[in-house]
Design a protein around this ligand. Structure first.
Ligand SMILES: [Zn+2]
Length: 338
């Protein structure tokens, strides 16, 4: 398939044209989080013909994701494929000419320098402010543009952050609007709200890629697709006393206040271990007497009624069936190690 044929409808759009399309084909993007917003962003931008997409996601596909996470299908959920891996496979089926690099990992202060290095734009497909503040600290320090995007219920909110020019995330939200609670799932979300915010954010990324900086939106945009409420708050100037972009105090990069264990969705807890490489075959043998065990090359699942533990190769775990971090910690210590 020729380049000019594949992208003909975008090249016909004058603000992109042949030159813009060639710029897109040089653009490298890191996308943090590949759930609902992330799937839609990844789909739009990989179809649009960016050069390279690094996908970072800590979670695996479940049936409840299929209502809105456009890159996944029933087979991915049946296999509990890590979202980053499932997304990379799906993208390869519709655009095999771009490079997609999947990382089934949690973005943390320990790996942020590796996982966000060497890209032109960072996109937000996460569902929590802890990770967003980490991205914001890194992007401001490195002077990299990034785009905040979030959807909850029928409500979408997004902001394009141009370090050294506009306000940063910490200028607008000095503290997390909902507290620094980690969530893997949001309770209640319309797929149309997610696709709305992803469309706006993906277009901003395309403008950045083709150099149309005068067309970038310098506001915090919020829109409710159900009630039609709309708000647009100016973000064209940093807040003079901003901790991040003015005082250059990058506390989130330093990893301060980061818990080892956190709530993760409505009924699960995540253990943020990264230094405990796990041999799935060995671990399966050890766990077999205590419950049902299944593993793939990407993850191991262990059912010990009423709990379900998912283990990743670096030792990270998601424990379902409890919101009690003490129970999760003791299950992990008993079956994986302390
Ligand atoms: Zn700031």
């Amino acid at each position: 398939m020729s380049f000019s044929e594949r992208y003909s409808r975008q090249i016909l759009f004058p603000p992109i044209g042949q030159d813009g399309q060639e710029q897109l084909a040089k653009t490298r993007i890191a996308l943090v989080g590949c759930g609902a917003t992330g799937s839609a962003l990844a789909s739009l931008l990989s179809r649009a013909g960016i050069a390279y997409l690094r996908l970072i996601d800590r979670d695996y596909v479940e049936p409840s994701n299929l209502q809105r996470q456009v890159l996944f299908d029933e087979a991915d959920a049946a296999e509990s494929l890590p979202k980053a891996i499932a997304a990379a496979r799906k993208i390869a089926s519709f655009n095999s000419e771009i490079t997609v690099e999947p990382h089934a990992e949690d973005l943390t202060p320990d790996n942020v320098e590796d996982l966000l290095a060497d890209v032109d734009i960072i996109l937000d497909g996460t569902d929590n402010f802890e990770t967003r503040y980490l991205i914001n600290d890194y992007a401001v320090r490195e002077k990299l543009p990034w785009i905040y995007a979030a959807g909850v219920a029928s409500y979408a909110v997004t902001m394009t952050i141009l370090p050294g020019e506009t306000a940063c995330l910490a200028c607008i939200f000095p503290d997390s609007p909902r507290g620094l609670v980690d969530t893997c799932d949001t309770s209640g979300i319309l797929n149309s709200a997610v696709n709305f915010v992803a469309s706006v954010a993906a277009t901003e990324a395309m403008k950045l890629a083709v150099g149309a900086r005068d067309k970038l939106r310098r506001t915090l945009l919020s829109y409710d697709v159900w009630t039609n409420d709309y708000a647009s708050v100016k973000t064209d100037k940093p807040r003079p006393d901003c901790r991040c972009c003015q005082q250059r105090d990058f506390t989130h990069l330093a990893g301060e206040g980061r818990p080892h264990i956190s709530m993760c969705g409505r009924n699960s807890v995540q253990i943020h271990e990264r230094q405990r490489p796990i041999d799935f075959a060995d671990m399966s043998k050890r766990l077999a007497p205590h419950g049902t065990v299944k593993h793939t090359e990407f993850l191991l699942k262990f059912w010990h009624d009423p709990y379900e533990m998912t283990l990743f190769p670096d030792g990270r775990a998601i424990i379902k069936g409890t919101t009690d971090t003490a129970i999760a910690r003791s299950l992990y210590a008993r079956y994986v190690g302390s």
